[in-house]
Write a protein that binds this ligand. Sequence first.
Ligand SMILES: *Cc1c(COP(=O)(O)O)cnc(C)c1O
Length: 377
Amino acid sequence: MQTIHMCDLYGQYLTMKEEIDGAIQGVIQSTHFIKSGKVLDFEQKLSEYLDAHVISCGNGTDALQIAFMALGLEPGDEVITTPFTFVATVETAVLMGLKPVFVDVDRDTFTIDVSQIEELITPKTKVILPVDLFGQCANLEEIRALAEKYNLYVVEDACQALGTDYIFKNGTTQKAGTIGNIGCNSFFPSKNLGAFGDGGAIFTKDDELAAVIRSIANHGMKAKYQYERIGVNSRLDSMQAAILEVKLKYFDQHIAARQKAAAYYDQHLAGIDGLEIPERVDYSTHTFHQYTLKVERRDELQEFLKTKGIPSMVYYPEVLHLQEAYQFLGYKKGDFPVSEKLVKSVLSLPMHTELDEEQLEYIVESIKEFFNLSQRR
Ligand SMILES: *Cc1c(COP(=O)(O)O)cnc(C)c1O
């Protein structure tokens, strides 16, 4: 059996090697390493895929910062989000002088608990920032309704959910990242659509906002050497765009491969005592950036899998409100009990496009062995 990887980027590359190598060579020969037609080509193709404007940028963290900049927020404005996410979501808000206001997550879906948002809305609240964690959308239709009621923006952190479909109550669908006023995405190598380095993008369906975002990402430029606002330098380089353009062709196929692996895990792990498979919801598909279990004896299982040569990861091992850097926000232990419990029980299994049945079988049999062994003890 092949070595089991948490995420097999090299194996995936080999399936597209010729095309990717050709794309890289093409950029080298053109020497247009920055701001080339390649970048615009890729943006155009992704824009068609998503049915929204796509403005590429340096990484997902920049995408969040640029989103905040584009909305013209004032220092002290409040951003409602969750403490069970990657740090960038909160870090960029703080860097922009905004105040993160945390809401606990829903235990089953890991996404923001919408029922707890309304009570936290104050006159300073300007943004609700749901995170489509692990590849499944937050309950965006309800969040959008709340935002409309209180005249707030929705910034969707869709960094883990590119390609996921949000399903509205009327049956129509829209791609993750295009449902809020602005959506943020990352092309970090292990993300659903991963580059060979850093990359990110900002999505919006609003033409005016799209123009503002494009200007901000490019030094606040209006025309060459004319600056209409304070901006940043954040761009996707041509090499990454060329690679991503190749990978976008296979993107739906790659999502299907992740979903097939997830279905195998589901089928063989459902019903095991002491383990919960990821919950599905009727308002979103799942693209499985991560396949994340809840396991009471998480650390023991992780150790056991390690002895079997099976990698697994804990996303995330600590909640943000208890991290040293965020003490100043004034939260304490017990403020977000669901998130605080999840960090002790979540375990993400190997998930990528190259997992074969032999590997999957070995992984589920090893997990079953752990639980059988422990029953006998
Ligand atoms: C990956 C990620 C980011 C940041 O993306 P980078 O490209 O690494 O800057 C932000 N938010 C979430 C939820 C992420 O998973």
